[in-house]
Design a protein around this ligand. Structure first.
Ligand code: NAD
Length: 372
């Protein structure tokens, strides 16, 4: 059963099942593609209904990471891990250290990080067993909270979208509706206000809306009505699947560009946006700032370099729009083509040099050094 599922859900290089009865560990690591570098992706801890759901999730998420890293221009491959269990009840130091030992046994082919259900503390336990972990505390040479860097990348993506669609060089006076004022959304609002954009905000948490709107004197929207906001840019920074059959006819924006993952309920909604003349900045390209930030961690962390790196999102989004127009495809498909082209090109180069290209894995030396 598992083998047929693996074959059905993509062309993964390696899928590893981990089990340690003593500490109650049941986990799966999926390495989708390492053409560009070691497979990096977080560890999700979730109370999956069954093992099949966990496997499908890790296969899907690891493939997504391959595309994200490739489109971001990073020398990283795609991977992901899932731990089957309740993050509220089933965590222990021993469990994460056992998991860390398994990660270590892959010799750097897979590098882990935080994800839904795991925390910096869990990464600290993993770090006791392996250097192949990112998102560890700053005190250990880690990069800390990625959200400000994700938000900076989103700002760059909004700027590129505004330039492309509205032919405007600056965000001054551009109306942006931000949905979700969590870690990414609140940092994005700070950036947008500094750019003199006309910002509107919404969150299901009334306290967040109150404190941020009062701080800057911003217009607010109910969570139900924010998709209907008359604006230039709708910036989803909360949930996935926000662009769906119900919301599409209500949109009054010219651009959808925000930090949330999986904004399109289905790929066909990207096509629908295009038909409506609404420009869409693909989520996995515009929200890659957090991944860029951990990549900088692999090379020895500096916050300035991380911010510098995230400005690259501007060019990446511009390139996606260029491909979308020249090949007459949706921006989401264009982003996938951009990623595939890079993997294909470097893959051929790598095959030609028969493994003599060592650059992508040079980061591993850094990591080994850091742990000593
Ligand atoms: P978060 O949990 O800190 O913030 C999400 C916010 O959205 C919360 O304030 C929540 O109250 C609000 N919200 C939930 N439902 C809402 C609704 N219907 N309307 C309005 N607001 C609503 O999460 P985050 O870290 O800010 O991440 C936001 C999104 O960005 C997620 O989709 C996440 O997967 C994605 N993302 C985050 C990062 C990162 O660095 N944190 C990186 C890449 C992608």
């Amino acid at each position: 059963m598992s083998f047929s599922l693996i074959e059905k859900h993509g062309d993964h290089e390696e899928v590893v099942f981990l089990s340690n009865k003593e500490v109650g560990l049941k986990a799966i690591i999926a390495i989708h593609n390492t053409t560009l570098g070691p497979a990096l992706g977080g560890t999700r801890m979730w109370n999956y209904a069954n093992e099949e759901d966990a496997l499908i999730d890790v296969l899907r998420l690891s493939k997504g990471m391959t595309y994200k890293a490739a489109a971001a221009g990073l020398n990283l491959g795609g991977g992901k891990a899932v731990i089957i269990g309740d993050p509220k009840k089933d965590k222990s130091e021993a469990l994460f250290r056992a998991f860390g030992a398994f990660v270590n046994s892959l010799n750097g082919m897979y590098i882990t990080a935080e994800d839904v259900g795991t925390t910096v503390k869990d990464m600290e336990y993993i770090f006791m067993e392996t250097p192949f972990v990112t998102g560890i505390p700053k005190a250990f040479g880690g990069s800390g909270d990625p959200s400000p860097y994700t938000a900076h990348g989103v700002l760059m993506g909004i700027k590129a979208s505004v330039k492309h669609k509205l032919k405007a060089e600056s965000l001054a006076g551009v109306r942006v509706a931000v949905q979700g004022l969590g870690n990414v959304g609140s940092n994005l609002v700070d950036y947008l206000v500094a750019e003199k954009a006309e910002v509107m905000v919404s969150d299901i948490d009334k306290d967040k809306v109150k404190s941020i709107s009062e701080k800057y004197g911003l217009k607010t929207y109910d969570p139900e009505t924010v998709v209907t906001a008359e604006c230039d840019v709708f910036a989803p920074c909360a949930l996935g699947a926000v662009i769906n059959d119900k919301t599409l006819p209500q949109l009054k924006c010219k651009i959808v560009a925000g930090g949330a993952n999986n904004q399109l309920a289905e790929s066909r909604h990207g096509e629908a946006l295009r038909e409506l003349g609404i420009l869409y900045a693909p989520d996995f390209v515009i929200n890659a700032g957090g991944l860029m930030n951990v990549f900088v961690e692999l090379e020895g962390y500096s916050s300035e370099r991380a911010i510098d790196k995230t400005t690259q999102v501007y060019d990446n989004i511009m390139e996606v729009f260029r491909i979308s127009e020249s090949e007459n495809v949706t921006s989401e498909l264009a982003a996938m083509k951009l990623a595939e082209k890079r993997i294909g090109g470097i893959g051929r180069l790598r095959a030609h040099h028969q493994g003599r290209m060592s650059r992508p894995f040079s980061t591993l030396k850094e990591m080994t050094r850091r742990q000593k």
